[in-house]
Design a protein around this ligand. Structure first.
Ligand code: HEC
Ligand code: HEC
Length: 420
């Protein structure tokens, strides 16, 4: 909320009134000023997705001092242990050789600085400058790829070619942020409680700690409703939200609906919390102009098809029928297996365990999650309460009272889900 107070004072100062007026109504994709072909736009969007910090170094460097912690405490081994990934295509041959033969010391934080200088850490951007003869990490920021890219481990575990759009479920964002010396002990306890693959993109908004599974950013072309709770009609809505309010990018996000469904007596709610959201970072908008390309790139990423041999074809064919008869297709309908373009669902529609997160959103409702690349991105449901697809089927078995499903039909349904 400190952030919001700062925001208001900036607004009152007047320097931001024009920007805020446009930011307040942004639910549509922002148009890029230059006319680019679709292919060029996608290419530009890939650069944004991988490397653009939207100026969030101000947050990660000046406020959180992550550059200091990384230089002194985060060896490559530590970085890999908290799920950070290394892009093998950014490594020169000599570095690859040094890693392979052990002559590069992966226990030395100075090597992390080298990797950042090479721009080889997925989702991290570092500025490395020569200070008194030593390479020094002077600026640090993050990009979208931090949470929504992983690598194929082709070189070593955690080191390989980029897989954009694949959620990084090894990543422990809470543990990473908790490294900051600028946070209180209580905040660190919250952040460290989340665990790998989960992040709470509302914790710094309402003070609650209730993380959700990092979802894939692929297979979304044609789905005009985003996030678990369908908060906006396009990716740009949410991309602006995350870039400004979570990453600390420079720009504006505003949505008066956020938190309108939250019970003001919810335990743990920040004492000065109020429904509605307005965040303005800085005096120069570095987010809006990137949104069109960023959205185009994500929409171009197809869901990865199931690997050969990863499901049993005959069972999957039978499971397709079970999916229909069990009523799954009444919500998971159409080419994306979702009715998201037509409606949202009441909080009671979810078969997940957590019931709090939905109330913290803009809609207070659930979007039927589109089903794609399911084989790739366990755990399932917004809270990750179903570790496997068999757990998903069991959860629905209870929820929808599917007592008549035989063990074989349940198995067939799981095999079918693996094909989506
Ligand atoms: C710290 C981790 C983190 C970072 C960084 C991050 N995201 Fe996300 N992203 C999440 C989480 C968690 C959600 C789920 C939020 C929800 O559904 O309520 C999400 C949701 C999404 C979705 C919604 C997918 C769907 O099914 O509708 C997209 C797309 C997305 N993020 C893209 C981006 C882009 C683009 C950026 C950079 C501007 C970004 N994310 C930065 C964690 C992150
Ligand atoms: C009333 C509408 C509705 C019905 C019926 C329904 N679902 Fe869902 N489904 C949802 C919603 C809403 C979510 C998101 C819940 C959450 O994340 O908390 C979801 C999530 C899922 C997920 C998790 C996807 C992910 O990436 O996390 C799977 C898998 C799934 N459903 C499969 C099924 C199957 C199989 C059936 C039939 C047995 C079914 N659903 C019936 C609405 C429905």
């Amino acid at each position: 909320m400190k952030q919001q107070l700062k925001v208001l004072s900036v607004l009152i100062a007047g320097s931001f009134s024009l920007l805020a007026a446009s930011g307040g109504a942004i639910y549509a994709a922002t148009q890029s000023s230059q006319p680019l072909s679709k292919a060029e736009l996608i290419k530009q969007g890939q650069q944004v997705f991988r490397y653009d910090t939207f100026g969030d170094e101000i947050h990660w460097t000046d406020q959180l001092h992550m550059n200091q912690v990384i230089s002194t405490e985060v060896s490559p081994k530590t970085a890999l242990a908290v799920g950070l990934k290394v892009d093998v295509d950014a490594l020169p041959e000599a570095v690859k050789k040094g890693i392979a033969d052990g002559s590069i010391n992966l226990d030395d934080p100075a090597v992390t600085v080298v990797l950042l200088k090479l721009n080889a850490v997925v989702g991290a951007q570092g500025t490395v400058e020569n200070v008194n003869g030593t390479d020094t990490l002077t600026r640090f920021g993050i990009t979208c790829a931090l949470c929504h890219s992983t690598v194929d481990n082709s070189f070593a575990p955690g080191i390989g070619h980029r897989l954009d759009g694949w959620p990084n479920h090894d990543l422990n964002p809470g543990a990473i942020v908790a490294l900051s010396p600028a946070l209180s002990a209580a905040q660190k306890v919250q952040l460290n409680s989340w665990g790998p693959g989960l992040y709470d993109p509302r914790w710094n908004v309402d003070g609650l700690s209730n993380p959700v599974v990092i979802p894939p950013a692929y297979g979304l072309d044609g789905v005009n409703s985003v996030v678990y709770t369908g908060d906006g009609p396009n990716l740009s809505y949410w991309n602006r939200y995350v870039a400004v309010t979570q990453m600390g990018g420079q720009g504006v996000f505003s949505d008066p609906r956020v938190g309108a469904h939250l019970n003001p007596h919810t335990p743990g709610l920040a004492p000065n919390w109020q429904p509605g959201m307005l965040v303005v970072n800085g005096t120069q908008d570095m987010t809006s102009s990137a949104l069109a390309a960023l959205q185009a790139y994500q929409l171009s990423i197809a869901a990865p098809p199931p690997p050969a041999g990863s499901f049993e074809p005959a069972a999957a064919r039978r499971g397709k029928l079970v999916f229909k008869v069990a009523g799954c297709s009444s919500c998971h309908s159409g080419p994306h297996f979702t009715d998201a373009n037509a409606r949202l669902h009441a909080p009671t529609a979810s078969a997940a365990k957590d019931t709090l997160y939905v109330t913290r959103s803009a809609t207070g409702m659930y979007r039927t999650t589109p089903l794609r690349g399911l084989w790739q991105h366990a755990p399932y449901f917004h809270d990750g309460s179903a570790k496997t697809l068999a757990d998903v089927v069991e959860a629905y078995n209870k929820k929808l009272n599917l007592w008549w499903l035989t063990p074989r039909q349940k198995n067939d349904l799981v095999e079918y889900l693996k094909t989506l």
